[in-house]
Design a protein around this ligand. Structure first.
Ligand SMILES: NC(=O)c1ccc[n+]([C@@H]2O[C@H](COP(=O)([O-])OP(=O)(O)OC[C@H]3O[C@@H](n4cnc5c(N)ncnc54)[C@H](O)[C@@H]3O)[C@@H](O)[C@H]2O)c1
Length: 448
């Protein structure tokens, strides 16, 4: 390493460690905004970038659009120098840029990297030597090297290259997966170890210095691909295990065994078992989507990821299984689905959060409507629901009163604000997909 480069790297690491570095975070969503607040809370000067003007305006006026982030937190960050912008020109002033934009699937169930490529193309003209660019969006192994690096190198007017060896001048690029678990209050964000894989040793060192200022533990891996694969392994592990318990739940129901009792007993084993719970299907931006990023990439290597496909098959079928259970419950009351009034409790994809992306509730509502049911919903987090990427419900929240008017009440999301005992007492029939009525004895309950 030349003396000049060594001192530049040392200087940049020092800036990270002393919090003098300016951090730009692109994508002010469920991942990027909390991360911005975390850096701001640690006295970094943070700029949030987003293409949605409404989000930029809300943040700059001290407001929040994510329920669990209070406006007060935004205001505190604002006082510490945080601001939001849609102007990519400000990228030039950043020492590090962290990209947290969506990575969905397209209509053919293939990776849609358009948000990542759009972002990288937008920032490339403004990158500068010594700057650190980190991708945090979940994606298939190879994205950073094969997609991000060429776009950065070809898109900047100064001919900047990505630094590989410690001796190289250039921009530093790394991948670091986001491991947030929305609504999980048991682990503080800075206690979640941060995995980092750089395109070169300098990138790894810089990223470790930056994240080391925030997270208690940084876990370096040898490459961006290893870091990308780490995130996918974690999510595929969950997806496969959830599919396993979803399948076993269906068997247990036929055998007259309570799967929840079995899981509770199995998890007393102090080693070799981790509890996963059955439900109405997968939801959220990660577990239903991320595994398919890998199965898509695997095809390039002439490889079939059979566990992922099988788990996907089982999990995708769960809303249909819920529909069958609703039909069976109504049938016991001498009623068809067609014309029955059904109240769906909970739209969010999991308890106590305001995120309905890929939520199984949406699928259950659509399936019920297709069969002619008259469907209403209640969810304290969503006053109304309109059109999304895969649905067009156009519904408003129904108050939780006069439950007796519904032929069936279906618990799809077990929000903790619900009084399940009262719900069972007031309803004609309760279909419980989450074991939310555990401990309540009533012939009105169908547990599935
Ligand atoms: N939500 C989670 O719990 C979670 C957990 C772990 C990983 N992830 C991953 O993190 C990534 C981001 O997810 P999210 O939930 O924060 O998504 P999100 O949709 O909540 O937020 C993304 C933000 O990026 C903005 N955006 C899109 N294109 C942009 C561009 N070109 N320039 C600037 N801003 C742009 C959008 O307006 C939006 O505000 C995804 O890859 C996701 O898989 C999410």
């Amino acid at each position: 390493m030349t003396t000049a480069q060594a001192s530049q790297l040392t200087g940049l690491k020092h800036k990270m460690e002393t919090r003098e570095a300016r951090i730009g975070i692109v994508g002010m969503g469920y991942v990027g905004l909390p991360l911005a607040l975390l850096f701001s809370g640690e006295r970094f000067r943070v700029t949030g970038f987003d293409i949605e003007p409404a989000k930029v305006n809300t943040l700059n006026s001290g407001g929040s659009y994510i329920v669990r982030i209070l406006p007060q937190s935004i205001q505190e960050a604002r006082s510490a120098g945080f601001h939001a912008t849609s102007d990519y020109g400000e990228i030039a002033q950043m020492d590090a840029v962290i990209i947290c934009v969506p990575t969905p699937l397209n209509e053919y169930h293939e990776p849609d990297l358009s948000y990542v490529t759009g972002t990288v193309e937008s920032i490339a003209p403004y990158i500068h030597e010594g700057q650190l660019i980190v991708l945090e969006s979940t994606t298939y192994p190879g994205t950073t090297e094969e997609v991000v690096v060429p776009l950065l190198e070809n898109g900047n007017p100064h001919g900047l290259k990505v630094a590989r060896g410690l001796d190289d001048a250039g921009v530093h690029v790394a991948f670091s997966p986001e491991r947030e678990d929305p609504g999980n209050e048991t682990v503080a964000r800075h206690d979640i170890p941060k995995v980092v894989g750089g395109c070169g040793p300098a990138a790894s060192q810089l990223a470790a210095a930056m994240y080391g200022s925030i997270f208690r533990r940084v876990v370096p891996v040898s490459s961006p691909s290893a870091a990308e694969m780490t995130k996918l392994l974690e999510n595929i592990y969950r997806c496969v295990n959830i599919a396993l318990v979803n399948e076993l739940k269906q068997l247990c129901m036929r055998m007259g065994i309570d799967i929840h009792e079995v899981i509770d007993a199995a998890k007393t084993k102090p080693f070799g078992f981790q509890a996963f719970y059955p439900g109405p299907g997968l939801g959220g931006h990660c577990i239903p989507i991320d595994p398919f990023y890998l199965s898509w990439k695997a095809r390039q290597f002439d490889f079939r990821t059979r566990f992922i496909e099988l788990a996907g098959e089982v999990n995708i079928a769960m809303p249909h299984f819920v529909l069958e259970q609703i039909a069976a419950g109504l049938n016991d009351h001498g009623k068809p689905i067609k014309g029955s009034k059904v109240l769906v409790l909970g739209l969010a994809y999991k308890r106590d959060i305001d995120d309905l992306r890929e939520s199984p509730s949406l699928e259950v509502i659509e399936l019920l409507r297709e069969k002619g049911a008259v469907v209403a919903y209640n969810d304290p987090f969503f006053p109304k629901v309109g059109r999304g990427r895969h649905y067009d419900l156009n519904m408003t929240n129904t108050p939780l009163d006069n439950l007796g008017q519904y032929d069936a009440v279906v618990i799809v999301t077990d929000h903790s604000a619900y009084d399940y005992k009262a719900i069972v007492e007031q309803s004609q029939l309760v279909v419980d997909t989450r074991n939310a009525t555990k401990g309540i004895e009533s012939a009105k309950i169908v547990r599935c």
